[in-house]
Design a protein around this ligand. Structure first.
Ligand code: ADP
Ligand code: MG
Length: 380
């Protein structure tokens, strides 16, 4: 059974009737631009072929029910406020709440979820879940919600209802990415540019390496980084760190008297520039040359933003030693995935080199695959 059939079967099993339709939304990798989203900066994700499918149909009892292949007993709720529904159902109740809070009349619905996005690996299974449900409810209710407004609604569900202080990156990627493209997003204006991202044509591949490292203290560390960035921006008298250019970096660093704030700010300010430089190279077809920017991004996350762990540092180094053009952790950090830009014919050898480095250190084995840029959220 493929994923759509699995979701359809889960729906029928739970509700005793077939769904009205199927909607899918992808996970994502962020090519570059980490923790820049909540600093009003730039990001450059692409959608994964891995996705979350929501089978959905109207609910005769006027409420919302949702089940998942991972949690087959439906979670059932009516109109709720943040805190009423907890656990994984909060991502779904949060979408209903955020749509209602934005003034939309959300159709009562029954939903069944199936997904092949790895959970908790920094590939954004949470945004895939939110985006699949959001798209389903919008279509079922015939709601007029322009695509560019949708990520902020899903983000509100995650920030306010689930209580995770994430930026707009994940939901934007899941909703606005296009197949064969990376999404250049300005997280202040929400303006996007679809950047052609055809690696195979260049004989290149992005190898994604899931470190399979346990995530620890993610929400707390994430919130702490956010606070540091806000404190640095306030000390510099700018609305957000986005407003400081790399040309202004030396004076900005002089004006911050706290070493931690200095390093956090330096990561964000240089990372924004690396996104812009990556976009320029991709626009002119110089894909191989983005490698050093990816590697510099990793060093900045490791040394200045301090969000990496041994497993991801080892994976990056092993990939580079095996000849990758560049490599970096992708996602919020403290575990998760690494991506490496490699010659297509070197993908397997690179994955094997990382696996060998893990074995030598006694780490849990990594999982690696070549990722291509898939489509954003849509009806199946
Ligand atoms: P990430 O987004 O990096 O995968 P998060 O911690 O942000 O990690 O989100 C993972 C959470 O999202 C899971 O713990 C679960 O609550 C929810 N989730 C995601 N996908 C599913 C699914 N298919 N079924 C049930 N819950 C899911
Ligand atoms: Mg998430």
């Amino acid at each position: 059974m493929n994923l759509a059939e699995t979701a359809q079967a889960a729906f029928t099993e739970a509700y005793g009737t077939g769904p009205a339709g199927l909607w899918a939304a992808p996970g994502r990798v962020n090519l570059i631009g980490e923790h820049t989203d909540y600093n009003d900066g730039f990001v450059l994700p692409f959608a994964l072929p891995q996705r979350t499918v929501a089978a959905a149909g109207p609910a005769p009892d006027g409420r919302w029910s949702v089940c998942s292949t991972l949690a087959p007993e439906p979670v059932v709720f009516g109109v709720t406020e943040p805190g009423d529904v907890t656990g994984w159902g909060a991502y779904v109740a949060g979408i209903v709440w955020a749509l209602q809070d934005a003034g939309f009349e959300v159709p009562p619905a029954r939903i069944a979820i199936a997904s092949d996005v790895p959970l908790g690996s920094g590939l954004s299974s949470s945004a895939a879940l939110e985006s699949a449900v959001l798209t389903a409810l919008i279509d079922l209710g015939g709601l007029d919600v322009p695509t560019e407004r949708r990520p902020a609604i899903a983000q509100r569900a995650e920030n306010v209802y689930v209580g995770a202080p994430t930026g707009i990156l994940d939901q934007s990627a899941s909703i606005r990415c296009r197949a064969g493209h990376a999404l250049f997003l300005d997280c202040r204006s929400y303006a996007v540019e679809q950047i052609p991202f055809d690696l195979a044509g260049e004989g290149l591949a992005i190898l994604v390496i899931n470190s399979n490292a346990p995530h620890q203290h993610v929400d707390g560390e994430y919130g702490e980084r956010r606070k540091s960035c806000e404190a640095a921006a306030a000390a510099l008298g700018v609305p957000a760190l986005r407003d400081v250019s790399t040309a202004e970096l030396p004076q900005a660093l002089d004006r911050l008297d706290d070493d931690v704030l200095r390093r956090r700010a330096r990561h964000i300010i240089t990372e924004n520039q690396r996104v812009l430089d990556t976009v320029s190279l991709l626009r002119s077809g110089r894909v191989r040359e983005i490698g050093p920017l990816l590697t510099a991004s990793h060093a900045s996350m490791r040394d200045d933003f301090e969000i990496t762990v041994d497993q991801v540092d080892v994976a990056v180094q092993a990939a580079l030693d095996a000849g990758a053009y560049g490599a970096r952790m992708t996602g919020g950090g403290f575990g998760g995935c690494v991506l490496a830009l490699v010659d297509t014919g070197r993908a397997d050898a690179t994955a094997a080199a990382v696996a060998a480095a893990y074995e030598q250190r006694g780490f849990t084995a990594p999982t690696s695959w070549v990722a291509t840029a898939g489509p954003g959220a849509a009806r199946v």
